[in-house]
Design a protein around this ligand. Structure first.
Ligand code: ASP
Length: 337
């Protein structure tokens, strides 16, 4: 029996059309293109149906609202399809992949997110390969988690990050091996432990949690950021140097950290280095963060840290529990060795 895949188009280059102002997503356009592709009727391909979000969005405009829409579509059609392929813009694809990896609890079917750098309607494009491979992976069912398929790799969704605005090889996973290498064959990495659960599948709706990101740089005047450290701020991701270091005398940041602490804001320490892990306390320059109760993101991407904050606060946990769980490995998003 041929497998059945639900394609969910959210917007993004892969299904865009030309307009006077550049590429734009256009209602019904992708359906038309897909129906015109004989390869999608080939026996070797799974059966498919397409649902488009309304409105279709350039992925720069994605919010938790759209993450929830995708989640509720997967929930609604979970038993009817063998797998799901989400067609998405590349700009925030890693955020959406991370968010879904958390919100789709006890997932036991493939959810593969993909897109392209060149739209499908162009004669030369990378969208067709990405689409066909993602559909095959979703149909094969070896990977029962949120994967990001792009060019020659299938990556764990919450480990992926966009690295190029122009290369067709646009994503990589700096701290975790690929789930599959896509060459003449799709070679799954069977060494990777499966993320599995025997609990029933459910979707945790995400809320618009007030969170922020601060990237440190030489000469940063931390006092300028004190204003945003209000009581309503639930979490903040600090992108630090190297293994979690902050510039200058660590005293400079202490007022902010203290304020965050008093307000119950969770301060998460990520690194600006894509590869490797944060290790608070290795240098004096990170000891202040550790002493002030900041949370170590280890080798999590910023995308995963942001998505995880949204998720944990949406679950209704208090700040202390969020801190604890931020340092735990929930969906293979971090290695806290
Ligand atoms: N701006 C587009 C988007 O993220 C870029 C892309 O799809 O590659 O929706």
């Amino acid at each position: 029996m041929r497998k059945k895949i639900l394609l969910i188009y959210t917007g993004g280059t892969i299904g865009m059309n030309k307009s006077e102002n550049g590429y734009v997503p256009q209602k019904g356009f992708l359906q038309e293109i897909l129906e015109g592709l004989p390869v999608l009727r080939n026996e070797a391909m799974p059966e498919w149906e397409l649902i488009e979000l309304d409105p279709l969005l350039d992925s720069s405009n994605m919010t938790v609202v759209e993450w929830n829409l995708i989640g509720s579509l997967i929930e609604k059609y979970y038993v009817d399809f063998d797998g799901f392929v989400i067609l998405h813009g590349t700009d925030t694809m890693a955020y959406t992949a991370s968010a879904l990896s958390f919100s789709l609890e006890n997932l036991d079917k493939p959810v593969i997110i993909t897109g392209s750098q060149i739209p499908l309607f162009e004669v030369r494009n990378d969208g067709l390969d990405n689409l066909l491979t993602s559909m095959m992976i979703a149909a094969e069912g070896h990977v029962r988690e949120v994967g990001l398929c792009f060019s020659d790799m299938l990556l764990r969704g919450n480990r992926a990050t966009k690295m190029s605005t122009s290369d067709l090889h646009a994503f990589y996973s700096p701290n975790y091996p690929a789930l599959a290498d896509i060459g003449t064959k799709i070679s799954y990495n069977h060494m990777i432990p499966k993320i599995s659960s025997t609990m029933p599948f459910r979707v945790q709706p995400l809320k618009k949690i007030p969170i922020g990101i601060i990237k440190v740089f030489p000469g940063i005047q931390f006092e300028l950021f004190e204003e945003i450290m209000s009581e309503s701020l639930k979490g903040i991701v600090l992108e630090t140097f190297g293994a979690g270091n902050i510039p200058g005398s660590s005293d400079a940041i202490l007022p902010i950290v203290r304020k965050a602490h008093e307000n119950g804001t969770v301060l998460v320490i990520c690194s600006q280095c894509p590869k490797g892990s944060v290790s608070l306390g290795t240098y004096e320059t990170s000891a202040a963060l550790k002493n002030a109760g900041a949370v170590c993101a280890y080798d999590m991407t910023t995308e995963a840290a942001v998505a995880k904050l949204y998720y944990l606060f949406s679950c209704g946990y208090d700040a202390d529990t969020v801190k604890e769980k931020m340092e735990e490995n929930l969906r293979g998003e971090l290695s806290n060795w």
